[in-house]
Design a protein around this ligand. Structure first.
Ligand code: HEM
Length: 149
């Protein structure tokens, strides 16, 4: 096998890893505000609330944060090894992914407030915010596959 074939095979393996971790990350982002909605329906200080706090912390620690880091690492390696830095679709995608990372950060912070007994927004507002990752994912996938820019 020549060097070029070896490099492009590596690229494909990294891309596969990228998409696998994207799935874990986005699944976690779909789930976390859902947990918060159920959490906020439990009586403050109850055993049920304690269980939600535990589930939320585990979801963040085991799935969400590691998956986000791995998506970023693999994505940046792909962008560099594929020489994509000048591509318009990547600029637009990076903007959206930065927004998604900020959403992730907000949701992690929200969970820490919930664990302290503060419930900053209503269940209805959480349901609305829960639409953000779905919309962002739809636009990102079109950008990266159709590459309209
Ligand atoms: C964190 C920053 C990210 C960077 C720097 C990045 C960068 C890249 C690059 C350079 C590629 C290779 C494109 C190609 O070979 O044609 C790629 C592929 C892909 N990315 Fe990302 N990405 C990031 C995050 C995400 C996110 C959050 C999603 C989904 C919500 C996503 C979904 C995909 C998909 C589905 C592909 C495969 C496209 C194909 O089949 O060729 N990426 N990414």
């Amino acid at each position: 096998m020549d060097l070029w074939t070896a490099l492009s095979l590596t690229y494909l393996w990294i891309k596969a890893a990228h998409v696998i971790f994207v799935i874990f990350w986005i699944a976690g982002l779909f789930l976390l505000p859902r947990y918060y909605i159920y959490h906020q329906e439990s009586p403050p200080g109850s055993e049920e609330e304690r269980r939600w706090i535990d589930r939320e912390a585990k979801l963040r620690r085991i799935i969400l944060t590691p998956a986000m880091i791995l998506v970023w690492v693999a994505g940046l390696v792909l962008a560099s090894s594929g020489s994509w830095w000048q591509a318009g679709w990547l600029h637009a995608k990076l903007l959206l992914v930065l927004g998604l990372s900020a959403y992730h950060g907000y949701m992690v912070g929200y969970g820490k407030k919930l664990a302290r007994g503060v419930r900053p927004v209503s269940g209805k507002a959480l349901r609305l915010m829960n639409e953000v990752p779905g919309i962002a994912t739809a636009i990102i996938v079109v950008l990266v596959i159709v590459k309209p820019l």
